[in-house]
Design a protein around this ligand. Structure first.
Ligand code: AHG
Ligand code: MN
Ligand code: MN
Length: 337
């Protein structure tokens, strides 16, 4: 029988080998993984679980909340607030931070999440997911405020996502490479199915919402125009396009077979740096991508170096296969503003 390595065993052995997963962090990761299992169950029930459709409310970003956005948010909060591993949580679906109530001990970590990524795909039965990022609380007084969260992504202690597709897959980094775990629905256990994930440096596949083309900046247009020109163009090869519209699914494809993903700044909302949120979408994905040998920038700067000014800050995103991200970034840097 082949040896099956559970998430728990993986974390224990990683701690033994590298000593970078203290007990509180291990508990945190296991609790998030368990919460993702609960979310997966709700996702799989679909219409039978009455989880589809709109909740009739709006979040702080002005987006209409789906029932599953709210369910996933609640599952993550309830699972995480009592364990003693966290000081506070922040979420796409909450205006301000959720401090661990006084009745529970307070831990040293901060957890950020996009409880349900790809909301527009929930009702149409296309892959969606949960994204999370873990920071350490730098100050050690009991009080915790939004300021504590405003750390650049390079300070993340762990990050990951769970994609709910034909399989449920948990993808994790604690800063020593990327590992993937597949949910065994019969035993209810997350089983290690891939270690040392590596993204090929070159690719022929790009992911961008082409319907926004007329709003893009010149460097993004140039890059995509060159891809579209194919074999006869300056790149001398044909490209393929994929856009799931769930960042988790697009990033999962890139971690699996390479590619470049872009959600650039565009002229629709010129005052916003981009659509995606820095702290619970771009940072955790950038950590995973870099740990797998890829690259992640906002077109000009490494995403994980961006110092956030606020919790729900947005950022332009270019990530994936190194040589393509490098090229898009160079095109931006050659253009002066
Ligand atoms: P969320 O559902 O958490 O709001 O995030 C959706 C994001 C991201 O997952 C995806 O890449 C992008 O929005 C899709 O945007 P378009 O609808 O513009 O394609
Ligand atoms: Mn999202
Ligand atoms: Mn979301």
């Amino acid at each position: 029988m082949t040896k099956r390595i559970s998430l728990t065993r993986y974390l224990v052995e990683q701690q033994r080998e590298h000593g970078h997963i203290p007990a509180q962090l291990r508990l945190l990761i296991e609790v998030v993984a368990r919460a993702c299992k609960h979310i997966a169950i709700s996702v799989n029930k679909g219409a039978l679980g009455e989880v589809l459709g709109s909740a009739g409310s709006e979040n702080v970003q002005g987006e209409v909340q789906k029932k599953l956005d709210i369910i996933a948010n609640e599952v993550l909060i309830e699972a995480n607030e009592w364990g003693g591993h966290l000081a506070a949580m922040a979420s796409e679906e909450m205006d301000s931070i959720h401090v661990v109530p006084n009745r529970y001990p307070q831990g040293e970590y901060l957890l950020l999440f996009d409880p349900l990524d790809g909301s527009s795909n929930i009702d149409v039965n296309v892959s969606i997911g949960t994204i999370f990022s873990v920071l350490r609380k730098v100050t050690n007084n009991r009080g915790v405020s939004e300021e504590d969260f405003l750390q650049p992504g390079k300070q993340q202690a762990a990050a990951g996502y769970c994609v709910f597709g034909p399989q449920s897959t948990l993808v994790l980094t604690v800063g020593e490479g990327v590992a993937m775990f597949t949910l065994d629905r019969e035993t209810g256990s997350w089983v290690l199915t891939q270690e040392n994930v590596q993204i090929p440096e070159d690719t022929k596949e790009f992911a961008i919402n082409m319907s926004n083309m007329r709003h893009w900046d010149a460097p993004v247009r140039r890059y995509i125009d060159e891809c579209l020109a194919g074999k006869e163009g300056p790149r001398g090869k044909d490209f393929n396009m994929r856009w799931v519209a769930s960042m988790v699914a697009d990033v999962h494809r890139i971690l699996t077979r390479g590619g470049v993903f872009m959600y650039p700044w565009d002229q629709r909302e010129p005052d916003k740096p981009g659509k995606l949120r820095l702290m619970y979408e771009a940072n955790p994905m950038s950590f995973l991508i870099e740990q797998a040998g890829g690259m992640a920038t906002n077109g000009r700067q490494r995403i994980m170096d961006v110092v956030p000014g606020k919790l729900h800050e947005r950022v332009a995103v270019v990530l994936g296969s190194k040589n393509e991200v490098q090229r898009v970034t160079e095109y931006h840097l050659e253009t002066t503003h």
